[in-house]
Design a protein around this ligand. Structure first.
Ligand code: DGL
Length: 271
């Protein structure tokens, strides 16, 4: 790994969710050259089966690694990470950082020992999440709820569209209305799209709840892995696997994070 060229850091998500991870990386490493790839042709991942998500992620990470030769890949998506991280790491030549539900920090801060995991339908059913709950929250009741409506609402918000307050309210009710939900005090935002709706979720909460996500931890991990071999600054790029026209309203949000060009990934989204 020592003789790899200092390529940019690649981030991958199905859509704009990984921008919540990029924002945390930018706070620590403002000049880090980043290529953000949105698998818009495969969006959403959370309602798909494991085989389909695996195939798409394998195809994309393989192609991006070959073409861009990244210093590091961040799978900025809980769905893809909990499904594919295990087999992906050994087959990719650079370090791969995943985004997995922040159950450990949530368990560390919960007083009531009831925590909620709000993710996609696919994420909340993964054995990876069972293992996190068993290893880091064994003395907690861990409630889970999957919401694809919240993913769609985050995408709409970044396009500048209004968010219907009923959507975050229904997602929280999906946790709070379960047995023991009345004692829940901490919610893991286990989908990278959800921190983009932090204000809407807080406003929809019927009582004070703590919201926890893993973005800061990922940024720290990226900084530590790169060490003093940080690639030289370069303009950030946003690549999409689907058509570009529907992405035009995202330009201001992307610019803010240093993603100055938007292009289609050659070869589209097929794995
Ligand atoms: N942002 C993704 C996640 O963290 C997935 C959203 C989706 O495509 O359903 O799980």
């Amino acid at each position: 790994m020592t003789d790899r060229p200092a390529g940019p850091v690649v981030l991958l998500d199905s859509g704009v969710g990984g921008l919540s991870v990029l924002a945390a990386i930018r706070r620590r490493l403002p000049d880090l050259p980043c290529v953000y790839c949105a698998d818009t042709a495969g969006f959403p991942y959370g309602t798909k089966g494991e085989a389909e998500v695996s195939a798409r992620v394998a195809g994309l990470v393989g192609r991006l690694s070959e073409r861009i030769r990244p210093a590091l890949v961040v799978i900025a998506c809980n769905t893809a990470s909990t499904i594919a991280l295990g087999w992906l790491r050994p087959v990719i030549a650079c370090p791969v950082v995943g985004t997995v539900p922040a159950i450990k920090p949530a368990a560390a801060r919960s007083r009531t020992r009831v925590i909620g995991v709000l993710g996609t339908e696919a994420t909340i059913r993964q054995p990876y999440v069972d293992a996190l709950a068993r290893d880091h929250a064994a003395d907690c009741r861990v409630l889970r709820f999957g919401s694809s409506a919240l993913v769609a609402a985050a995408e709409a918000k970044l396009r500048g569209e209004p968010v219907d307050p009923a959507v975050p309210a229904a997602a929280l009710a999906g946790l709070l209305d379960q047995p023991d939900g009345e004692r829940l005090d901490t919610v893991v935002l286990a989908c990278t799209h959800f921190p983009l709706l932090a204000a809407e979720l807080a406003a929809a909460a019927p009582r004070a709840l703590a919201f926890v996500d893993g973005a800061e931890g990922i940024a720290r991990r990226v900084e530590a892995l790169l060490g003093d071999r940080r690639p030289p600054p370069a303009p950030g790029r946003f690549l999409a696997t689907g058509p570009l026209a529907p992405l035009a309203p995202l330009a201001p949000a992307l610019q803010e994070l240093g993603l100055v060009t938007i292009a289609q990934l050659e070869g589209g989204g097929g794995a």
